[in-house]
Design a protein around this ligand. Structure first.
Ligand SMILES: [Mn+2]
Length: 328
């Protein structure tokens, strides 16, 4: 399959006058960083591309962005070939869904369980067995990557390693398995220095971000017989700290180890009364809960967005979790 996909993708790419790469809304260290890797793969094949962002703060990826060509989305933008990473649902692209309509050809590479509104693509590879979109990209394009010079191979390996750090939460999520370690061993042979990337990606936080996280942790509350943990960060907090919530790394990772819980929900207000919610559970299928509200993700980690005040939004999520627990 790998050879097939890369051959087909390059055929599409060489036939296109313009190429854009994009990922889901509220981009993360998988989709966005996989985009840097794919851009480098294309560059090595003589192809130029632009990463189209939501205009979010990309500074947490700056150590991988020396050569990145990127632009925030603007209405009317149009590219002949659109490459969508870490996302297979149209509504997960937000306003950038318009790029799908403007494109002549669309390529989707993703590892999420397909949900509603699946993107119609000319070339699509969706496989939820992969730990990250970056890991998929590496395995599918491995032959090509191995033909590049060492510095390009190292850059791509660094980016792919970061996508794995992101989606395994530093090898602590249940998706960490033998294949993940095997891939990481291969990446390390390309020059990845795990300690450096761990520091650069997971620990390189500003004092302000730590304050944001600290205040969020101080909001912890327990529900349903203390089996469900909620925490939140509202806009007032972000404003008080003069902090852009879109630049925060996962806050939920700080509570994932709390004992004796059935589920965790982290509520982050990203615009007035718009809450980005992260669900984590080892017991429930939180992907199904997120899907009720147009969200998605994985069995044990998923995300959704809800509108309303904090109280109402938390009530909705608590009811969903309570229902799911009863159905176990
Ligand atoms: Mn991912």
């Amino acid at each position: 399959m790998a050879e097939n996909i890369s051959t087909k993708l390059f055929a599409l790419a060489y036939g296109a006058k313009s190429i854009a790469i994009t990922t889901h809304i509220h981009s993360d260290g998988d989709g966005m960083v996989a985009a840097f890797a794919l851009q480098e793969i294309l560059r090595k094949k003589g192809l130029t591309s632009t990463i189209i962002t939501d205009g979010e703060d990309l500074s947490r990826y700056s150590f991988l962005m020396d050569n990145a060509v990127h632009q925030p989305y603007q209405e009317g933008m149009s590219y002949e070939l659109l490459l969508v990473l870490d996302c297979n649902g149209r509504d997960r692209l937000g306003q950038r869904a318009a790029l799908l309509d403007a494109a002549q050809k669309v390529f989707v590479l993703d590892h999420h369980v397909p949900e509603h509104g699946v993107i119609e693509a000319d070339l699509q590879v969706v496989d939820s067995h992969y730990v990250s979109a970056g890991a998929m990209l590496y395995r599918l394009f491995e032959q090509e990557i191995m033909s590049f010079e060492p510095s390009a191979r190292k850059f791509i390996a660094d980016a792919v390693y970061v996508t794995i750090l992101n989606d395994t939460n530093n090898f602590s999520n249940a998706n960490t398995n033998a294949q993940v370690f095997e891939l990481c061993a291969d990446l390390t042979r390309q020059g990845v220095q795990p300690h450096y990337l761990h520091q650069a990606f997971l620990q390189n936080q500003s004092a302000q971000e730590m304050l944001y996280i600290g205040h969020s942790l101080a909001s912890i509350s327990l529900h349903l017989d203390k089996r469900i943990l909620f925490l939140h960060s509202d806009l007032a907090l972000a404003r008080e700290l003069n902090y852009d919530p879109s630049s925060a790394m996962s806050v939920s990772r700080y509570v994932q180890g709390v004992a004796n819980l059935d589920a965790i929900a982290y509520f982050q207000e990203i615009e007035k009364d718009i809450w980005k919610i992260s669900l984590r559970s080892l017991k429930l299928n939180v992907q199904e809960i997120a899907a009720i509200h147009g969200g998605g993700g994985h069995r044990k980690a998923s995300g959704l967005t809800l509108k309303g005040n904090l109280q109402d939004v938390q009530k909705i999520v608590l009811e969903d979790i309570s229902r799911a627990l009863k159905q176990l």
